[in-house]
Design a protein around this ligand. Structure first.
Ligand code: PLI
Length: 458
């Protein structure tokens, strides 16, 4: 193993200038953006930790690959490269390309859910649940209870609770279940991994009842690193072997290529069932594009094929995970409440404890993210009551136990010095936390309201 916090396993070849503005500027800018960090202009940000999605830095090899883009409308050579790479690394029989992860989620929901069926999953994700519900599915949370608690520290806090899944099957019958969706890792729980043992046992239970499992593969490489680090019997296996084993327990997966493929756009759906594949191919032309590009350019597909291989290198993923952990450790040292343990793609501030003077109805995480930007020009994202949205039947707010602000680390973009700036900003803000004021809605969008909603101070 490398040191506790390994140095960057790459050299920096190109840089992008960023500028600092004043606190006064940022106060005005944040107000104009309706206290929603999604509505800020990138140019007004010093360190952008909104998301790790599509914000990755590509390698010289990926950029070289982009010059080899074959922009044919059909049958591009880059598609065949990408398709064979995914089949080799993930082990599925069929691949359908999409413009990004939610395109794959839309296709899967359309072909695999009958209206009224249940879709159990290890915690909801915004776009995933949206597509399940839009296609008549009913999401059921089957993650272990501990995943909803910010304090409990467990090695595999994203695990499926097999008793909850068994109960759903017993009470509703296997026919009522469209499929089980297992995310590796679990984004909204803090990037928490799922153990191989849990994947194996979930698959056994599903197979016994003839229920399919589809994985959300978005951060499957980060999940594999945690398995290697924490699960007995995997310490000497390669990341590549572990990723392949993860997917051996699934009937297919959806993938946002914007995360662990280390690219800026793209996605795909993998399937083993020929009939489902045929249906997905028929639909992909309606929503995404030809089955040989699905909304991606030839050069995007080439970059993804190369990025996917790079992501499996041990030095890369070890640095990635430990850089995130470094930020978490700095925050813990500074007394800032965060979701424990630190996960794969970011550090989640616990806004309930950070802003304990604010009720959830005044959106503690939303206002904390806004204030962090005002104080430091660091952009983060709310992952709490605003992201959770409303119940599709009752119209009432979902009230998640986790009310968090996510400091998400783009891959290969920032250094440890940047992490120090972020940590210092959070520690300073925590000392002055009583000054943070609550928010109320000015404009609440009907779908995925966190993206474009607007707020003002209570
Ligand atoms: O943003 P997309 O459409 O490529 O992928 C959607 C998506 C699916 N599953 C998971 C676990 C995600 O994290 C995810 C997208 N996540 C975003 C945009 C994020 O900021 O976390």
């Amino acid at each position: 193993m490398l040191g506790k916090y390994p140095a960057e396993p790459f050299r920096i070849k190109t840089i992008e200038f960023v500028k600092m503005n004043t606190r006064e500027d940022r106060q005005r800018i944040m107000k104009e953006a309706g206290y929603n960090t999604f509505l800020l202009n990138s140019e007004d940000i010093y360190i952008d930790l909104l998301t790790d999605s599509g914000t990755n830095a590509m390698s010289d090899r990926q950029w070289a690959g982009m010059m080899m883009g074959d922009e044919a409308y059909a049958g591009s050579r880059n598609w065949f490269h990408l398709e064979s790479t995914i089949k080799e690394l993930f082990g599925f029989k069929y691949v359908v390309p999409t413009h990004q992860g939610r395109g794959a989620e839309n296709l899967l929901s359309k072909i695999a859910i009958k209206p009224g069926q249940l879709v159990p999953g290890n915690m909801y994700f915004t776009t995933t649940r949206y597509h399940q519900e839009a296609n008549g599915g009913i999401f059921k949370d089957i993650v272990i209870d501990e995943a909803h608690d910010s304090v409990i520290d467990l090695p595999f806090k994203g695990n499926v609770d097999l008793k909850k899944l068994q109960k759903l099957i017993d009470e509703n019958g296997a026919d009522k279940i469209a499929y089980v969706c297992v995310a590796i890792t679990v984004n909204l729980a803090g990037g928490q991994p799922v153990s191989m043992q849990n994947l194996r046992e979930t698959a056994e239970l599903c197979r016994k009842h003839g229920i399919k499992i589809f994985m959300d593969a978005t951060r499957c490489v980060e999940n594999a690193y945690f398995i290697k680090e924490r699960e007995a019997g995997y310490e000497n296996k390669s990341i590549k072997e572990i990723v392949l084993e993860e997917f051996s327990y699934a009937d297919g997966c959806t993938m946002s290529g914007k995360k662990d493929c280390i690219t800026n756009i793209g996605g795909f759906l993998c399937l083993n069932d020929e009939d489902l594949f045929t249906q997905a191919k028929e639909l992909v032309v309606v929503f995404e594009g030809m089955p040989s590009y699905g909304g991606m350019t030839g050069r995007d597909m080439e970059a993804m094929a190369i990025g996917l291989k790079e992501s499996l290198q041990f030095e890369y993923i070890e640095h990635r995970i430990k850089q995130v952990r470094y930020l978490g450790d700095r925050l813990i040292e500074g007394g800032v409440p965060i979701v424990m343990p630190v996960g794969g793609h970011g550090v989640f501030l616990d806004a309930n404890r950070f802003c304990s003077h604010l009720p959830q109805e005044q959106f503690p995480a939303q206002t904390l993210a806004a204030q962090l930007y005002i104080e430091s020009s660091v952009r983060s994202m709310e992952r709490g009551i605003i992201s959770a949205g409303r119940d599709i039947v009752t119209g009432k707010d979902h009230k998640p136990k986790l009310e968090t602000v996510r400091l998400t680390i783009p891959r290969r973009v920032y250094t440890y010095a940047h992490m120090d700036v972020v940590a210092n900003a959070c520690v300073d803000l925590f000392k002055n936390r009583e000054k943070i004021r609550g928010l109320k809605w000015v404009y609440e969008p009907k779908q995925l309201r966190f993206f474009t909603g607007r707020f003002e101070y209570v």
